[in-house]
Design a protein around this ligand. Sequence first.
Ligand SMILES: C[S@@+](CC[C@H](N)C(=O)[O-])C[C@H]1O[C@@H](n2cnc3c(N)ncnc32)[C@H](O)[C@@H]1O
Length: 312
Amino acid sequence: MVEYHVTAMRTEAVDMLACRPGQTVVDGTLGGCGHARLIHGRITPGGVLIGIDQDQDAIDHAHRVFPEQGAAVHVVHGNFVDLSQFLSQLGIDAVDGILVDIGLSQHQIEASGRGFSFSRDEPLDMRMDVRRELTAADLIADLSEKDMARLFSRYGEERWAARIARYLVEQRRMRAITTSGQLAGMVARAVPAAARHKQAIHPATRVFMALRIAVNKELDVLDRFLPTAVDHLKPGGRLCVLSFHSLEDRIVKHRFREMHDPCTCPPAFPHCVCGRKPMVRLLTRKVVRPSSAEVNDNPMARSTRLRAVEKL
Ligand SMILES: C[S@@+](CC[C@H](N)C(=O)[O-])C[C@H]1O[C@@H](n2cnc3c(N)ncnc32)[C@H](O)[C@@H]1O
């Protein structure tokens, strides 16, 4: 496991949870355990940390970070979307805080060997949980040109989606596309040279992001998780989400607003007749971004966005 040298917005996120000794808190994305360690320190003595990750490498790392598990620390290999099931297995109904820090860990990018990075030549896998059936190579091999273009456009907001999909479909007729290096090279060749030179990012950045989102069903999982998470908070409990791109942040913003103001009555009604009551208070009216000092220290933190709610 490559250590997280700097976990993005570590203190801001954990401060937002307002953890106290004796509380029960879920870290849904253990990764390198940067947040989990801080939370654990703040809820000790008497607290319970439930740490989840869908990547077995992160779980192995968490067992090393928290060697003495038992009543105070539970490490769970699974997807945070299954939170209800994990809590019920532990005999816990509601918790004081939940944090998710979605996206890739440094380990996944640099050392997992699963093709998450366009700057490495590795098998084109991209599964965070290798028990999943479909890999990125499967998608590239099987999607129609139209579906591939839609995927790059929708999840990667890639301007050259149609052109890239056309090129990849032509190329895959000649040989299978099975490595990240192969894919990165082909995407770079598919983008017009003038556009390539103007881009500040590698031309394959958005395609890689789109594939990762699709392979791990990241947006669907996040959308289903947020209401479940709030259901499992005690009154006054807090849910804090760190996300890395606008599509994720849009889902978080929308779900939080919906839970904050679920009333469906037309604005012209003098008072509410639908009876839907707010479930949460917004702790972040506007998205919180990392300080410029943090971005200077850790440029990878620059796209991090933090939003949080408190259950009423
Ligand atoms: C950005 S890292 C988390 C870093 C962590 N907060 C830290 O301080 O080191 C994201 C981690 O979340 C995991 N992950 C992403 N989506 C997940 C999901 N739906 N369920 C469980 N784990 C998930 C990834 O496998 C990865 O290890």
